[in-house]
Design a protein. Structure first.
Length: 305
């Protein structure tokens, strides 16, 4: 073994270096241990370089991943804030609409959607989650935003429900007789009375409002003209269907100003005062009916005081 070691350290390698342009060759003698050490050192340098490059690439991937996380967190934060603002806006609208419609309570959907802001514990938990830096983080936060989005949808559903009820009430209000059909004074009320023509007892199905001939008669609510012409007793008559069971009649017109099938608005002129049909003077016979049954129009005439 000693001879082998001694022989190993004595061995030399001669390198002959010849200049390309010519000249005297140069001999370089290198011992085997130095050559082997140089080879090992070169390999170590190569391996270290490869490790540094791979480590830099790994660091670059970490940096890129961290950047993606930050971008994703920013997007999620914006979504959370947008949803929170939607919930706040929907809450205000919900309360406002329910006050307008005088609806008691806040509604199941509104109650379910009534969530508050984050607590300090929530903020601490969110910070801990941010330090995890893995896909579970995104999954947990995404579940939170999905839940908040669902709450927003519930709030919007509650608002749509309120809006639909408001629309129904507006339609009902537009369909309810609410103004005087003509300026004038009441000459005969609703109910039992003696016939002005025959003197026989009978039932007056409306009110008579007297004024000068050709005074405009106006529709007392939005509706659809279903009759415009002559009818026994009424003379020239206009009948308007308003929806929700309401209809009105305007009798004894000198002339009518609408046609059957015409849609009209409250306050629109449908005819003019006259004394056609069974009448003793210039006036408008005004009726209000609910599902075809006459009711006292005075209940739907606003006070003149």
């Amino acid at each position: 073994m000693k001879k082998f070691i001694a022989s190993y350290f004595k061995k030399r390698l001669t390198l002959l270096l010849v200049p390309q342009e010519g000249g005297k060759p140069f001999h370089l003698r290198v011992r085997w241990p130095f050559l082997h050490a140089l080879i090992l050192l070169s390999g170590a340098v190569v391996l270290a370089s490869l490790w540094i490059v791979s480590h830099d690439r790994y660091d670059a991937r970490l940096v890129a991943q961290a950047r993606r996380y930050r971008d994703r967190m920013a997007d999620i934060e914006k979504e959370i804030e947008a949803n929170r603002q939607r919930l706040t806006d929907m809450g205000k609208l919900d309360a406002q609409m329910r006050r307008t419609l005088k609806i008691r309570g806040s509604g199941r959907a509104a109650v379910e959607a009534g969530v508050g802001g984050p607590t300090e514990e929530d903020a601490e938990q969110l910070t801990e989650l941010l330090e995890e830096k893995d896909e579970k983080l995104l999954s947990k936060i995404s579940l939170g935003t999905d839940s908040q989005t669902q709450e927003t949808i519930k709030r919007q559903a509650s608002f749509r429900e309120i809006q639909m009820q408001l629309d129904r009430q507006r339609a009902l209000l537009a369909s309810t007789p609410a103004i005087w059909p003509v300026k004038g004074w009441i000459t005969s009320g609703f109910g039992k009375r003696m016939s002005p023509l025959t003197g026989e007892p009978g039932r007056h199905m409306g009110v008579d409002i007297a004024n000068e001939t050709n005074t405009p008669i106006r529709a007392t609510a939005d509706g659809l003209v279903t009759y415009a012409g002559w009818q026994a007793g009424y003379g020239r008559l206009v009948v308007v269907e308003h929806g929700y069971g309401f209809s009105t009649r305007y009798g004894h017109c000198s002339r009518v100003n609408v046609r059957v099938g015409q849609e009209i608005k409250k306050g629109q002129v449908v005819g003019f005062i006259g004394s056609t049909g069974h009448s003793t003077g210039s006036h408008c016979h005004y009726e209000v009916r609910i599902h075809g049954m006459p009711v006292d129009p005075m209940k739907y005439l606003p006070s003149l005081n």
